[in-house]
Design a binder for this molecule. Sequence first.
Ligand code: CAA
Length: 278
Amino acid sequence: MARPKADPGARDPRFLRVEFPAPAVSGEGPFEHVALVTLDRPEVLNALNYQLLGELASALEALDADEACHCVVITGAGDRAFAAGADIKEMADQTPVTLTRKNHFARWERIKRVRTPLIAAVRGYALGGGCELAMACDMIVAADDAVFGQPEIRIGVMPGAGGTQRLTRAIGKARAMELILTGDQLPAREAAALGLVTRVVPPEETLLAALRLAARVASMPSVAVLAAKEAVNRAFELSLEAGLEFERRNFYLLFASDDQKEGMAAFIEKRSPKWKGR
Ligand code: CAA
């Protein structure tokens, strides 16, 4: 059977830097079991062209398949932007036929399927596809100069990679509708107050704060982390009854893991657990 073609650039990315383990930052690290993925087109505020999106989906899939990788931090090169959206110059000449035929936006589905926790470290602009990418992550650590928004309406379209759904679920209809219909920007502090952002930190501390958070997640029993992430994400897809059922089954399943035995024994014996990841 013919194998599906890998994304071009998957092996030798042009617009992405992947470092695993994540390197030391400000003298702290390297960060074992944590990967750092950097969107690397700072001259265009890390605009997400199709090549970059393909490289990102492939890199995340490869890290997801690596048992040693327990958490991934995604950030943007430079200090001006996480990502200022899909690449408008590349999109300008598209037609419904080329969009359907090439289906580049399906790469967003591949990112959604990644099971390893993803943390966005956001400085500056997270607009359009950049905001959508941050929201596709599991947590967002934002600089206090970060701004979020879905400005697509101002260029004649609307969000196309999850903005209408994820922003609305994260901050509620009233504010999401206003932001999407006006293209206004949402500053980091308000984004945090509305529940979009996990933590706001001084700009120069953003990456380190995200890596520290990732290291804490990475130090937890990894199968329980996968199961818990999966269950939290079901909250956006299922009815309460089905979601509670899903949660209960994942909870029961974890009693088959060595880490459940170890975690509870360590608590009872008043010692630190030694996780095996199985
Ligand atoms: N696509 C392509 N290039 C972009 C870009 C984008 N989304 N955002 C910025 N750039 C480029 C600019 O064209 C400029 O390049 P040149 O120097 O070659 O002209 C460079 O990055 C720097 O940008 P500016 O000069 O515009 O910087 P600024 O400080 O004046 O403004 C900004 C910053 C407000 C973020 C502004 O760049 C901007 O509005 N960008 C577009 C934001 C946007 O509309 N994003 C949504 C895209 S559509 C989308 O994402 C669809 C989807 O749902 C997937």
